[in-house]
Design a protein around this ligand. Structure first.
Ligand code: NZQ
Ligand code: ZN
Length: 391
């Protein structure tokens, strides 16, 4: 096993009706002036924004608001947020939404605490020295940003989507009421489910020795999400199922699924970020569209790992060879994706990617001549081949 540090400092307030505690939580944090950051229309339409504003008023916390975050959040709004926060002397950021809103808040927080253009972090030119404190009220189970050390921003110019990780941006608290996710369209619920599973699978598919306990937790998380995804498909307001999936989303991406193993593979995430950067697709759906192609491309590196996955997650018995059993696991995962109407190819994702676009996607993904992945290290040529085969 690998030595590890596990640090998950976010205070989680989980359950029915917990949103009303938001004002009090901000008070505990010593917030003097808060920016309430949110997305398009869901937070307003569901009434959650009004509830949060009422809770802040009750706690006597002054605040301003900035909405308009779109999925695959844009750098221009981040700049706008930084300027607004400087002008209004904001000292705490409250994100109300999903990964896009939380990530936009994290980028604003970096912009406030670092004396240079915030994009230089995402462009890998600088390291952060701090971030304004952030709390969140989560409205979609998906990205895991509520507990992760990551944020992902899209620069409009050139449609470049890049992530930046540092412990400074971890949320101080995350308010998580599964009922807030009842209003999600089925496509967003499903896309979130794929992302949750992928955060565990990216860490699970490694060639190095891992901890048995971490493997077992990962397999249990995947089985639990699959089971509850089927329940939600029939019954979208099933509280227990919403709760299982929401908590899985946080545990999948807060570092727990890394303990004792290496950092993970992450090739599918890197490949997907180029897809959502260029074509503005939902992140989870983009992941579903390429995972099977990636899995078959790398299977031979360590078929035993895929065979274990097939047996532990989908209850297959070992077949004549690890590769054969592993292939059954890949097919079963693709069938699961289809069962929740998620794509398993770029065409099913709604993209008709030309050969020129394949080249462009791979070139962008290999920025600075880097390779990606660890299960199998992938150079630009491999990336292009995966995009090509995923069509
Ligand atoms: O804008 P509104 O109207 O709020 O609509 C949103 C959005 O259209 C809607 N929505 C959210 N909660 C809702 C709701 N609709 C109805 N009822 C609700 N309760 O859902 C849509 C998607 O929201 P978004 O925040 O984009 O979803 P998600 O949480 O999947 O975040 C995706 C972003 O996170 C990044 C992705 O790349 C993508 O940019 N990621 C962030 C990570 C991190 N910070 O750790 C890790 C991930 O791997 C991922 O890369
Ligand atoms: Zn993800």
């Amino acid at each position: 096993m690998t030595n590890f540090i596990y640090q998950a400092p976010t205070k989680v307030i989980f359950g029915q009706g917990v949103t009303a505690q938001t004002g009090q939580l901000l008070k505990e944090q010593g917030a003097k002036k808060v920016l309430v950051h949110f997305g398009g229309k869901s937070a307003r339409n569901s009434g959650v924004l009004d509830k949060i504003c009422a809770s802040l008023e009750e706690a006597g916390i002054p605040y301003i608001t900035l909405g308009g975050v779109v999925p695959n959040p844009r750098l221009s709004l981040v700049y706008e947020g930084i300027e607004l926060c400087r002008k209004e002397q904001v000292d705490f950021l409250l994100a109300v939404g999903g990964g896009s809103v939380i990530d936009s808040a994290k980028a604003i927080g970096y912009g406030m605490a670092n004396p240079f253009d915030v994009w230089e972090l995402y462009d890998k030119k600088r390291e952060a020295v701090g971030c304004l404190p952030i709390g969140c009220v989560l409205t979609i189970a998906a990205a895991g940003s509520e507990m992760s050390d990551s944020s992902v921003i899209t620069k409009e110019e050139g449609s470049i989507k890049r992530g930046y990780n540092s412990p400074f941006c971890r949320c101080r608290f995350a308010v998580m009421d599964p009922e807030l996710t009842y209003t999600l369209p089925p496509y967003q619920t499903a896309s979130g489910i794929v992302d949750i599973m992928m955060h565990t699978m990216e860490r699970y598919f490694v060639t190095e020795t891992t901890l048995e306990l971490t493997d077992a937790m990962a397999e249990s998380l995947l089985r639990t999400v699959i089971k509850n995804a089927h329940i939600l498909w029939e019954d979208p307001t099933n509280y227990q199922a919403r709760a299982e999936i929401m908590w899985a989303g946080s545990l999948s991406h807060n570092g727990l699924m890394n303990c004792g193993g290496p950092k993970g593979d992450w090739a599918c995430h890197q490949l997907e970020h180029e897809l959502s950067g260029m074509f503005d697709v939902a992140h989870g759906a983009g992941l579903a569209s390429i995972w099977g192609t990636w899995a078959r491309y790398v299977l031979e590196e360590k078929p035993e790992r895929f065979a274990r996955f097939a047996c532990q997650v989908f209850c297959f018995s070992p077949g004549s060879s690890p590769a054969e059993t592993g292939e059954k696991g890949i097919t079963a995962m693709e069938s699961f994706f289809r069962s929740i109407r998620m794509p398993t190819s770029l065409t099913e994702l709604g993209l008709h990617v030309t050969e020129e676009q394949v080249t462009e996607l791979a070139h962008k993904c290999a920025f600075g001549g880097r390779s990606i992945g660890s299960f199998k290290s992938l150079c630009e040529k491999d990336m292009a081949e995966i995009y090509r085969r995923a069509r």
